[in-house]
Write a protein that binds this ligand. Structure first.
Ligand SMILES: O=C(O)CCC(=O)C(=O)O
Ligand SMILES: [Fe+2]
Length: 304
């Protein structure tokens, strides 16, 4: 099985269908030459200021930088890429009232780095869920061209539906070779890992990871992005950082949507409000209209 490739102006439905089938897809040509030049400078600046990671999983010849929404203008744009968000809507919205950024990470695999162990990223969340429910989805953006030689991400297409204890045989693993400015989308259940870098240059990639809105974020976005910076961002990006109430009742501050506080338009007096899903609101309305205790027990079942 190959990793299917699309251009950035492709029909999002076809991109989604490829992810449903293979658990991974490549989309090319998502950044302009100007964005790529700026990204090159932004990432080099950040990488000059960090040391190599220390660990077999993160690597010893690899550098990583987080908090990219605060640190890179181009990353702010990447996080809101329309095709990426179409894919997230499709896979994540059936199981949450909104999703959020899970983490942002610049990964620069240095010369002589060994290949990373193959893994699914969703192991981060210590709960077992059914295969038709995605907890997280990652997007690996190529800052440099990804080649077999420089450590293009290794992926086992189709592994998103394998039994969890099955491991990939060598012929089931492909490398996500792609020009810079492309991205690889892979599900949290898809088996993958960084490749070995056999060249004398770094391979820079940026992971933008998204997860269900009711999970704990791998990277604490409220601290990774200082409030002064978060305030200046587009509203959709503020919501993706986690400034929203997951319906009906997660993430509020004094009963209010945190985005109102971030944007400086909170209520003057404390005033709790409901953030019901449409279904829950209908049941509540029914209950209060009829004072019907059967509807109330339906609501409790629905929320369980
Ligand atoms: O750098 C890569 O290509 C993949 C890295 C990865 O999968 C990880 O660190 O979890
Ligand atoms: Fe990974």
């Amino acid at each position: 099985m190959e990793i299917q490739k699309f251009k950035h102006d492709a029909d999002p439905k076809k991109v989604i269908a490829a992810v449903v089938r293979d658990g991974a897809v490549i989309v090319e040509g998502a950044l302009s030459g100007e964005d790529l030049e700026l990204l090159d400078r932004e990432t080099n600046y950040l990488l000059d200021r960090v040391d190599n990671c220390q660990g077999v999983f993160h690597g010893y010849q690899t550098k990583r930088v987080g908090g990219l929404v605060a640190k890179s203008k181009v990353a702010q744009k990447m996080a809101l890429d329309p095709i990426v968000l179409d894919v997230m809507d499709h896979f994540l919205l059936p199981n949450c009232s909104d999703y959020q950024i899970n983490l942002t990470q610049l990964i620069s695999i240095g010369p002589n780095e060994k290949q990373q162990i193959l893994h699914p990223d969703e192991g981060l969340f210590p709960y077992e869920h059914s295969r038709d429910h995605q907890a997280m989805i990652n997007v690996m953006w190529a800052v440099d061209e990804f080649t077999k030689e420089n450590g293009a991400t290794r992926v086992a297409p189709g592994s998103h539906v394998w039994d969890r204890d099955r491991s990939a045989s060598p012929e089931e693993v492909m490398q996500a070779e792609m020009p810079k400015g492309s991205f690889l989308i892979y599900l949290g259940s898809t088996v993958h890992g960084g490749g070995a870098n056999q060249t004398d240059k770094y391979r820079r990639g940026i992971v933008m990871s998204y997860c269900l809105g009711w999970l704990r974020q791998a990277e604490n976005q409220y601290l990774a992005v200082p409030t002064e910076v978060a305030r200046t961002l587009p509203e959709r990006l503020q919501q993706l950082l986690g400034y929203f109430v997951h319906k009906p009742n997660l993430g509020a501050v004094d009963g209010q949507d945190p985005i109102c506080l971030l944007q400086g338009r909170g209520d003057e007096k404390v005033s709790f409000r409901d953030f019901m899903t449409k279904e829950a609101q209908e049941l509540l309305d029914k209950h209060y209209q009829e004072e019907d205790s059967a509807a109330w027990s339906d609501l409790k079942k629905g929320a369980a």
